[in-house]
Design a protein around this ligand. Structure first.
Ligand SMILES: [Zn+2]
Length: 437
């Protein structure tokens, strides 16, 4: 007997299809087969039906994260493919791209194949490796991008490190564009940030800590945009954090340069003042900036200058994080907290709901060339059910990822992922009620 999954009387939202209506959404096999009022009623006799009915819930296309660190291979104490994908599914994601700064670095077909194979065997959500730009992420010799692409890589990046040499960057842009792979830059002039623990500004001065000036990001973005324009290649800026970088991306887009950009939840929500208590949990790279940067990032996300949100999920074990600021590994977890943290931006009027959904679904999918999740007849059934009104308090101990490093512990939030469906399978959430029509 075949089985159907029916979301009954949900508010289905898919901005790409101008859908915002209270409807039934029917999933059969790995596809959405019907969308419309009462669509769940006319199912074939003999078909078993599983019904999900939650008053006030939203059904959205599955979320896409193009920037996560899953730590495998080499850092499995902090996270691995299985735990990372479990956390991602709990966060509403159906596609996750993992950065190559592992041990060993993913600069080869072998590591890319291993990651893809592990994820497939788990049968949960989809994992897409990002290959290194340079061998060992050393910034010198270009990695075998064609091999990595053949094995499933969707982009290249030396994330964690910046490609500093202009010559290497030029060749990398040319080489990546030959294979139609987006190049993702971690924009940091390392010569300007050596020994830096936080943003360079009034707070770093007050605390007597070495700062990471905005200009270290802006210089790289400016140079890269010139190079990308010169060689006619696509270029993506990871975790934009400064108002200067926003301005540069905006100007380049207006000129027609093929640039895209992402921003993290923490850069949209926190400023350098979070470090006033020397809180190691707030050490991130790039660092938390000033209120005017946050303002610029929010406006840029709203108007599309910044295309999408990416979590930069960076799990670290207790030993790497519960230490003094100077010894702390930079980064915070992001996959499970993205929806509840960022829904506040919609309630505050920073982002229209349709743009919020786009920035977490279709827009990131477009950046790396994935099929954007959609809610319509015939679409692959990649869906997330959200209760936008659920109030809860973030308790890191209850998260599913292996690491709990978040500066948002104890924060009261509103909005919760109830269920995630990937290719028609429930990969997170409760088992629905079974009915036979
Ligand atoms: Zn980075």
């Amino acid at each position: 007997m075949s089985e159907a999954l029916v979301f009954r009387r949900v508010r289905a939202l898919d901005p790409a299809g101008a859908l915002d209506a209270e409807v039934d959404v029917v999933v059969e096999g790995d596809r959405v087969t019907r969308v419309g009022p009462g669509a769940g009623q006319g199912l074939t006799q003999g078909e078993r039906v599983r019904v999900v009915e939650r008053a006030g819930a939203w059904l959205l296309p599955g979320l896409v994260d193009i920037h996560a660190h899953l730590r495998e291979p080499g850092g499995e104490g902090a996270e691995d493919v299985a735990s990372g994908l479990r956390a991602a599914a709990a966060g509403g994601f159906v596609d996750v791209c993992c950065m190559p700064n592992t041990r060993p670095v993913n600069d080869s077909r072998v590591v890319t194949e291993m990651l893809v194979g592990k994820a497939r065997a788990l049968g949960t959500i989809r994992l897409h490796p990002i290959g290194a730009i340079t061998v060992g992420q050393k910034g010198e010799q270009l990695a075998e991008m064609a091999d990595m692409k053949a094995a499933g890589a969707v982009a290249v990046s030396d994330d964690g490190r910046c490609v500093t040499s202009s010559h290497v960057m030029r060749r990398a842009l040319e080489y990546a564009s030959t294979f139609d792979l987006p190049l993702i830059q971690h924009a940091e002039d390392h010569a300007l940030t050596e020994g830096a623990l936080m943003h360079e500004g009034a707070v770093s001065t007050k605390l007597g800590l070495r700062g990471w000036p905005r200009v270290a990001e802006d210089i790289i973005v400016a140079r890269d945009l010139l190079l990308a324009e010169y060689v006619g290649a696509r270029y993506h800026v990871a975790h934009v954090s400064t108002m200067g970088a926003v301005r540069l991306v905006r100007e380049a887009k207006a000129r027609g340069v093929a640039v895209t950009a992402e921003v993290t939840p923490h850069h949209l929500l926190l400023t350098h003042e979070a470090l006033l208590g020397y809180d190691a949990g707030c050490r991130v790279n790039p660092p938390l900036r000033e209120p005017e940067d946050v303002e610029a990032l929010r406006r840029a996300l709203a108007d599309g200058t910044i295309d999408c949100v990416a979590t930069d999920h960076a799990p670290h074990g207790v030993l790497a994080k519960q230490v003094e600021l100077a010894q702390a590994a930079p980064g915070v977890i992001g996959l499970e907290l993205c929806v509840p943290l960022l829904l506040g931006l919609v309630r505050e009027g920073v982002l229209p709901l349709s743009r919020w959904i786009d920035a977490l679904t279709a827009a990131p999918a477009r950046v790396v060339g994935l099929e954007p999740p959609r809610i319509r007849d015939g679409a692959r059934a990649d869906l997330v059910l959200v209760d936008p009104r659920a109030r809860w308090t973030i308790d890191p101990a209850r998260l599913l990822g292996k690491s709990h490093n978040t500066p948002f512990a104890g924060r009261a939030v509103e909005g919760r992922v109830l269920m995630t469906v990937c290719e028609g399978r429930i990969v997170y959430g409760e088992d629905p009620v079974k009915e036979t029509p």
